[in-house]
Design a protein around this ligand. Structure first.
Ligand SMILES: Cc1cc2nc3c(=O)[nH]c(=O)nc-3n(C[C@H](O)[C@H](O)[C@H](O)COP(=O)(O)O)c2cc1C
Length: 358
């Protein structure tokens, strides 16, 4: 039986599959279903103090789109390559009520060798720091703070803050680090020129782990109505994002070294995708869209598929971590093969070329 355990900032997780924050972790029932699926941890739906962020939940909308960008039915049986295009908001419960609910769920999780992780989304920094102190005082074992939510640029001013500036990230993480000693995971945006630089800033300021990387914002026109789908820009994620996130994780590992825990999010849709992210240097993987697309049982399948893969490879989750990332080469290191490029050009004459270049 493959050894799935991994260690992040002094915590042992029974496996590296984490149910990521979203509407599916906004109720006690949803969180219980995620715990029961067998994942290593569950990140609860994020909260902050902003009334605008709470009221944004009433303006949310969601579409699943196929690879041709046309909507596909949201029937929890979506093809793996469908993308989710959506406007999300934050939980409308008060911080205090949500934390009261979560601390009981975290105790239930502990019995199942799992964690329920509260998640804060930055609005006002002083308030965020005060909330972090409450989280610690209540006995939570980890805190995730998302300072890179994709909706930050579109939401009402200050409702959700999206940080792309390394020095701002240093200020935020330092304040949080001074305030709490529990493990602090910082979730960062992918919408910056250099996410590895932002990860470095978070690490240097005291983060125990970084989560890379938030989804992208997109614009999708509807061919029938000639209007923007959902009327607005919206966050977009799909299986296609995996190589983009994987590169970001691999580059961050190169910059921060193998000892610093990086978690991957954005693009995993199966246990084999979790393995791909581990190979890219992630200690664990946070999945949200898969649950929204296929339900909580998809997480169980994910853990099983990862376990089968590791069994077949005769390797543990920990041993797999970073194997591909550590062999990442530059273009300049490649050997000269002048004959290659011609094989990949289409034939000029009519008729398809029959031989495959490889
Ligand atoms: C509908 C929806 C709501 C989300 N809400 C939150 C949230 O409240 N807090 C947060 O940190 N991330 C949130 N996310 C981001 C996910 O946790 C996850 O990081 C992201 O979707 C990328 O992973 P995926 O490809 O597995 O979906 C949300 C994502 C979706 C699709």
């Amino acid at each position: 039986m493959a050894d799935l355990r991994i260690h992040i900032s002094g915590l042992e997780l029974k496996n590296p599959v984490i149910c990521s924050s979203g509407e599916h972790t906004m109720t006690a029932e949803g969180i219980r279903a995620a715990i029961a699926s067998g994942v290593g941890a569950v990140v609860a739906k994020s909260v902050n103090e902003s009334l605008a962020a709470k009221s944004q939940l009433d303006k949310t909308d969601y579409r699943m789109v196929g690879t041709d960008w046309k909507p596909v039915p949201w029937d929890f049986n979506a093809p793996q390559d469908a993308s989710i295009f959506c406007r999300s908001g934050l939980i409308q419960k008060s911080f205090e009520d949500w934390m009261q609910e979560l601390i009981f769920l975290d105790r239930e999780a502990a019995v199942a060798d799992c964690y329920v992780i509260p998640s804060l989304i930055l609005s006002d920094l002083d308030q965020c720091v005060a909330y972090a102190q409450v989280v610690q005082k209540m006995g939570f074992r980890v805190l995730e703070v998302n300072i890179g939510a994709p909706h930050g640029d579109e939401a009402a001013k200050g409702a959700i803050v999206l940080e792309r500036d390394a020095s701002r990230i240093e200020t935020i993480v330092k304040r949080l680090r001074e305030a709490v000693s529990i493990p602090l995971w910082i979730k960062l945006t992918g919408q910056s020129e250099n996410p590895a630089l932002l990860a470095d800033a978070a690490r240097n300021s005291g983060a125990d782990a970084v989560v890379l990387m938030g989804r992208f914002m997109g614009f999708l026109p509807d061919l029938e109505t000639h209007k923007p789908l959902l009327n607005t820009s919206a966050a977009l994620g799909g299986a296609w994002a995996l190589p983009l996130t994987a590169r970001c994780v691999a580059l961050a590992r190169k910059r921060l070294g193998p000892q610093f825990p990086i978690l991957a999010t954005n693009g995993a849709r199966s246990g084999l995708d979790v393995a791909r992210f581990l190979l890219s240097g992630a200690y664990a993987v946070e999945l949200a869209s898969l649950v929204l697309m296929r339900g909580y049982s998809a997480l169980t399948q994910c853990v099983e598929e990862l376990s089968d893969y590791l069994d077949a490879q005769g390797i543990s989750a920990k041993q797999l971590t970073g194997l591909a990332a550590d062999q990442l080469q530059s273009y300049a290191e490649q050997v000269d093969r002048p004959e290659i490029w011609r094989k990949f050009c289409p034939p000029v004459e009519a008729g398809a070329r029959s031989e495959n270049p490889y």
